[in-house]
Design a protein around this ligand. Sequence first.
Ligand SMILES: Nc1ncnc2c1ncn2[C@@H]1O[C@H](COP(=O)(O)OP(=O)(O)O)[C@@H](O)[C@H]1O
Ligand SMILES: O=C(CO)[C@@H](O)[C@H](O)COP(=O)(O)O
Length: 480
Amino acid sequence: MEHQGDDVTDGRTLVAGVDSSTQSTKVVVCDAETGRVVRTARAPHPDGTEVHPDRWWDAFEQASGSGILDGVSAVAVGGQQHGMVTLDEDDTVVRDALLWNDTRSAAAARDLTAELGGVGAWVDAVGLVPVASFTVTKLRWLAEHEPENAARVARVVLPHDWLTGRILQQGNGFDRWSTDRGDASGTGYWSAADDDYRLDLLERAFGRVIEVPEVLAPAQPAGRTEGGLLVAAGTGDNMGAALGLTLQPGDVVVSLGTSGTVFTPHDSAIRDETGAIAGFADATGHHLPLMCTLNAARVLTAAASMLGVDLTELDRLALKASPGAGGLSLLPYLDGERTPDLPDASGTLSGLTRSNASPENFARCAVEGMLCNLVAGVDALRDKGVEVGRILLIGGAAASLAVREIAPGLFRAPVVVPAPAEYVGVGAARQAAWALSGEQDPPTWALEIDSEYAVRPGDEQAHADVVARYQDLVARMHGV
Ligand SMILES: Nc1ncnc2c1ncn2[C@@H]1O[C@H](COP(=O)(O)OP(=O)(O)O)[C@@H](O)[C@H]1O
Ligand SMILES: O=C(CO)[C@@H](O)[C@H](O)COP(=O)(O)O
């Protein structure tokens, strides 16, 4: 567990945000009025695509064990989206949670899509096209493959719902399971356009209706602990990041964590029958169209490990190579892929010759390949009429200098890197401050920018060539 902070709180009101993401739990304590981060801590999660929810609780306890929550008035949880947490009548966890990056329900996704009448029917119903990530497909998988476990399931919740409930269960504060619009919109059985559950789709997937959490309004508290700590609704991690970044019109976020995501706040639901953009809700009562890949920061860790170097050296090597990596391309589907929907795919290195076979070119094509996978998301938003004024780069791999330098040319937009912070945690803390205030709108917290990277005119053609070669490779290898 790491814990940092200046602990100078001057009698100010403190709020906390918890980011329970794929690889770790981060706890961020902020000044409720200004958003200034005063303490942070983190603890790791086990690797894998299924995990017992108790491991998230262990990580939360570890991260918050050193008094980080002392003096805090309100807390909210931002969690990895879509994970299926099944509970029995007594709220005992039935089986390990299947996470967003678990692809075993790919066949269930295809079956569900066909059964309802195709992609258009799903987009009309819940704003998304089923893929293995979404909870609804995991429920179908469970019903088909583990009937004994399925028979014990009384209710289904998401990772942030479960942690929120578990915090409230520490005293007498728990009275019902709850969620929020943002996370509910990633289940596949709640519609952001209609603001309502589609229990018929849950029944279609699972064979019977089970209990689902109450969907709270953005600033509605989930409850209070016995000790008086207000627990806000919480949300999905991407919705948390959107809230933490205090976005302006034209801002598009690219998050490079375990997943790669591209998203922007929007007034209305965006309809995308290609399935690239999911029509999620945000944490403020509006919408958050979002594209997600299974492969992002860990493409770079894998590339560094193949080269036998650390991430700093990977950056140095990538920046020594020219745009296009001498003709090398990497399709970075190391964990299969979600967008495009290729759950069984693996990575492909293409264009290797004796003259381009260098560590520099390999490092460069890993960065370019990871980013090209996300260019598709930025372009899909553009196709839907979204203005891409600037890209806000966040997540673990936003620390990479090579990513920062290479991204503007590939995205065809200036890139700004906010001051290093855990923005999911900050967003959750902002939601906690909002719920505590009882105000109509969230508190105004300023966003500090660390650095800005412009599109360099000379790079434009070179990067257009890189993207075109990448897209051609996707089409040749996978017909997408
Ligand atoms: N300088 C860097 N370059 C590339 N990747 C990095 C760098 N620093 C951290 N990472 C990677 O970022 C990932 C963690 O990012 P994070 O956004 O915290 O993920 P998550 O929220 O999905 O758990 C790890 O895979 C880590 O190796
Ligand atoms: O599935 C999605 C978004 O739809 C992922 O973005 C998860 O929410 C996991 O996020 P990280 O752990 O990578 O932050």
